[in-house]
Design a protein around this ligand. Structure first.
Ligand code: DAH
Length: 344
């Protein structure tokens, strides 16, 4: 067969091949077969020198035209296959399927608990006040009736920055700031971080407290009891019972610790005959400290002598463990997303 008819035969042959090609791989192997370095076109062109010299220019022209034809046949088929794939995708696409939802962050259980505590008190008419986490000895201790050698300072192993500046060990410090800038009557709660030199299974060096303070004419222990009972029932359920045990805090007199009836066994000490693991069979859970504000504190902030008030303070981690039924404090600080995303 002469070279020219061999060249002319390439395009029809390729067309047949392209009809059967349905994938990118099929196209590529055809391209190699026809246009590759050792493909049909190149092989035929290799025979050009064997032609009589006067016939070569024409054969060269035909070869160039055929090469262009082959290339455009490839392009056309490639485009057709791409359009087919797109049509198939559109046909198979169901716009009513739910989208893929990216995971959204959630608020930390401690934040949620702190917000819940504050919202209960806000409904009772309390305002939110905050104070600095880096405090002077005066606000954290002295104005709260803990003079320098007071033994109660040992209860709160303190992280000192200088002799006089500490990381606050209790949100009670906010009481003093609040009374310095506001006149009675007032009712405030102060949520925030506190710090102590403590780190074991049940203690972390940073934890959270919510402090409460109500001051006015004739604020009594009965008001304190009423407010804390309302709070406990809003937080742990209507059937929750509350008891006050006498205690000691330097900034309150008298002072008490407040227990609520156990939220797991409801005060029975047992659950289906087995000892209650939450209250250790006592039926009660301690949740906070409180008392009537000591006159020494009022005198530090220049309040009148006949003013009265109550204060209370609670650990947020403990309240969160009780409301969510958790046994291990450390879970709050490990930041395991599988744990955290369960709270909304
Ligand atoms: N500040 C105390 C603590 O960290 C808690 C506390 C007890 C706060 C009695 C009070 C209170 O306001 O009256 O352990």
């Amino acid at each position: 067969m002469d070279i020219i008819s061999a060249l002319e035969g390439l395009a029809p042959e390729l067309e047949k091949g392209l009809e059967k090609a349905s994938t990118a791989e099929d196209l590529e192997s055809l391209r190699v077969r026809f246009l590759g370095r050792k493909g049909s076109l190149a092989t035929i062109m290799g025979e050009l020198p064997s032609l009589a010299p006067e016939k070569r220019p024409e054969a060269g022209k035909v070869a160039n035209r055929v090469k262009e034809e082959l290339t455009s046949l490839f392009e056309a088929r490639k485009k057709a296959l791409e359009e087919q794939a797109e049509q198939a995708f559109i046909a198979g696409f169901d716009p009513t399927l739910p989208g893929r939802h990216p995971w959204e962050g959630t608020r930390h259980p401690i934040t949620l608990t702190m917000e819940k505590i504050c919202s209960v008190f806000e409904k009772l008419g309390f305002d939110i006040e905050s104070g600095p986490e880096v405090e002077t000895d005066y606000y954290n201790f002295e104005a709260l009736n803990l003079p320098p050698e007071h033994p109660a300072r040992d209860m709160q192993d303190t992280l000192y920055i200088t002799d006089n500046i500490v990381l606050r060990t209790q949100t009670s410090a906010v009481q003093v700031h609040t009374m310095e800038k506001r006149k009675p009557p007032l009712a405030v709660v102060s949520p925030g971080k506190v710090y102590r030199r403590d780190s074991d299974i049940t203690h972390t060096p940073m934890f959270h407290q919510v402090e409460g303070l109500m001051v006015g004419d004739n604020v009594t222990l009965a008001h304190l009891r009423g407010v804390l009972t309302a709070f406990s029932q809003a937080m742990f359920g209507k059937e929750t019972r509350v008891r006050f045990r006498p205690s000691f805090f330097p900034f309150t007199e008298p002072s008490a610790e407040v227990d609520i009836s156990c939220c797991l066994c409801h005060g029975k000490g047992h659950v289906n005959g087995t000892p209650c693991r939450v209250c250790k069979t006592t039926g009660w859970l301690e949740i906070l400290g409180c008392g009537m504000v000591d006159p020494a504190v009022f005198s530090c902030v220049g309040y009148p002598e006949d003013i009265t008030g109550f204060a209370f303070g609670m650990g947020v981690e403990r309240i969160a463990m009780l409301t969510y039924g958790l046994g291990d404090l450390r879970m709050f600080f490990e930041n395991d997303a599988r744990f955290l995303r369960q709270f909304v």
